[in-house]
Design a protein around this ligand. Structure first.
Ligand SMILES: Nc1ncnc2c1ncn2[C@@H]1O[C@H](COP(=O)(O)OP(=O)(O)OP(=O)(O)O)[C@@H](O)[C@H]1O
Ligand SMILES: [Mg+2]
Length: 358
C-alpha cells in the first residue's frame, strides 16, 4: 500500500513538473522550435506559433526549407548540415517567411541537447525577430552619413570664408604688381602686404588642419588633443580643466567622435552662451570614465530650440559611440553634457600631469 501511494505521489509530482516546465516553455518570449535529428519540427512554443502564424499541427508538417528565405549564404542548408553532423551549436541571421508573404530578419540559434527521456539527440532552434534592431542600425547609419555630409559642407564653407579671402587678396596684389615697375616704392609695399597675408593664410591652414584632425588625435592620443584645444582656448577664454593621470583607451573612431563633441560643445558655449567659464573634467570613477563639459551661460531649451548642425552632430555622435549621456541646459544657469563610459578599463597609469587652469 505504502509503495502504491509512493508511486502515485511520484507520478503526480512528475505531472506537476511537466506542467511547470511546459508553462515556462510556452511563456518564453523568443520563438522556440524543437527539431529531431532529421531536422523535422516536433514541437514549438506558443511564441513560435504566433510568430510564424501557424497552428502547432501545421508547424509540425512544415519543412524548415519553407520558412527560410533562400539567399546566397544558403543558411537553411548549413543548419540542416549542422543537425546531420550533430554539431553542438550553429548560429546564423536569415530572413524568415510567414506564409510565404510576410518576411522578417531573424537571428537563429541552434543548440543540440540529449534527451534524458530516450537518450536521442534533439535540437533547440531559437528564432529572434531582429527587425527593430535592423531598423535602428539603419537609422544610426543614416544619421552618421548625414552628419558626415554636413561636416563636409562646413569644411567647404570654412575653406571658402577663410583661405578663399586671403588667396583672392594676394591674387589682386599680384595683378597690380604685374603692371608696376619693381623699382617703385609701392612695389615693395605690395610685396610686404602679400607676405603678411600669406603668413595669415599659413596660420589659418594650420588652425583648419587642427580643427579637422589634430596630429595627436591622429596618433590616438585624445587627451593631448583636448589639452591642445584647451591651451588655445584658454588664451582667449576662462577655462577650467582637470585631466586624469591615465590614457583614454577608446577606439580611434570613438576618440575622434569624443573630440568633435567637445569641440562643438566649446564652440557653442563661446558662440551662444555668454558664459564666464567653460569647464572640462575627465575623471575615472568606480563606474568608469566620466567626461563633463559645462558652461555657466544663459542656457537654452534643448527640446524646443531650432537645432543647427552642431547639436545634431553631437547627438548623432553620441548615438554612434553608444554610451550613456546626459545633456542638460537650464535657463540662466548654463549647459552641461556628461558622457559616461561604463566599460572603460583605464588600469594603465601612464604618468600624465594633472592640471587645472582658471
Ligand atoms: N551652450 C549653449 N548656450 C546657449 N545656447 C546654446 C548653447 N548651445 C547651443 N545653443 C543654442 O542652440 C542652437 C543650436 O545650436 P547648434 O550648435 O545646433 O547650431 P549653431 O551653433 O547655431 O550652428 P552650427 O551648425 O554652426 O553649430 C544655437 O543657435 C543656440 O541658440
Ligand atoms: Mg553650434
Amino acid at each position: 500500500m505504502a509503495l502504491k501511494n509512493n508511486i502515485h505521489l511520484n507520478s503526480r509530482n512528475q505531472n506537476t513538473i511537466n506542467v511547470f516546465y511546459l508553462s515556462i516553455f510556452h511563456s518564453i518570449n523568443d520563438a522556440i522550435l524543437i527539431l529531431n535529428k532529421k531536422g523535422e519540427i516536433i514541437d514549438a512554443n506558443k511564441t513560435a506559433t504566433k510568430l510564424l502564424r501557424k497552428s502547432f499541427s501545421a508547424l509540425k508538417k512544415t519543412p524548415l526549407t519553407s520558412i527560410f528565405i533562400r539567399d546566397n549564404s544558403n543558411n537553411c542548408f548549413k543548419l540542416l548540415q549542422a543537425i546531420k553532423s550533430s554539431k553542438n551549436n550553429f548560429h546564423c541571421k536569415n530572413f524568415i517567411t510567414v506564409n510565404k508573404v510576410i518576411y522578417f530578419p531573424a537571428s537563429i540559434e541552434l543548440t543540440k541537447f540529449v534527451s534524458e527521456f530516450d537518450s536521442k539527440n534533439y535540437f533547440i532552434m531559437e528564432i529572434k525577430d531582429i527587425s527593430n534592431q535592423i531598423i535602428n542600425e539603419v537609422k544610426e547609419r543614416n544619421l552618421i552619413i548625414s552628419a558626415q555630409e554636413e561636416e563636409r559642407c562646413r569644411l567647404s564653407a570654412d575653406l571658402h570664408d577663410s583661405l578663399g579671402q586671403e588667396i583672392n587678396a594676394v591674387k589682386t596684389y599680384v595683378a597690380v604688381m604685374g603692371k608696376m615697375n619693381s623699382n617703385e616704392p609701392q612695389f615693395k609695399e605690395a610685396i610686404d602686404e602679400c607676405t603678411t597675408i600669406l603668413l595669415k593664410a599659413t596660420k589659418l591652414i594650420s588652425e583648419l588642419c587642427f580643427n579637422l584632425m589634430p596630429k595627436s588625435l591622429e596618433k590616438g592620443n585624445l587627451l593631448y588633443a583636448i589639452e591642445e584645444l584647451v591651451v588655445k582656448l584658454s588664451k582667449v577664454y576662462k577655462v577650467k580643466y582637470n585631466f586624469p593621470n591615465f590614457d583614454i583607451k577608446l577606439s580611434k573612431e570613438n576618440q575622434v567622435n569624443l573630440f568633435r563633441i567637445i569641440q562643438e560643445f566649446i564652440s557653442n558655449s563661446i558662440k551662444h552662451s555668454e558664459c564666464n567659464t567653460i569647464t572640462i573634467y575627465i575623471q575615472e570613477t568606480s563606474k568608469g570614465l566620466v567626461i563633463k563639459l559645462k558652461d555657466d551661460g544663459k542656457g537654452f531649451n534643448i527640446k524646443t530650440i531650432k537645432k543647427g548642425n552642431g547639436i545634431y552632430n553631437i547627438q548623432s555622435r553620441l548615438i554612434s559611440i553608444q554610451t550613456e549621456y546626459k545633456f542638460i541646459s537650464t535657463k540662466n544657469k548654463g549647459t552641461e553634457l556628461v558622457i559616461k563610459f561604463s566599460d572603460q578599463k583605464n588600469k594603465n597609469t601612464n604618468s600624465r600631469r594633472s592640471q587645472s587652469s582658471s
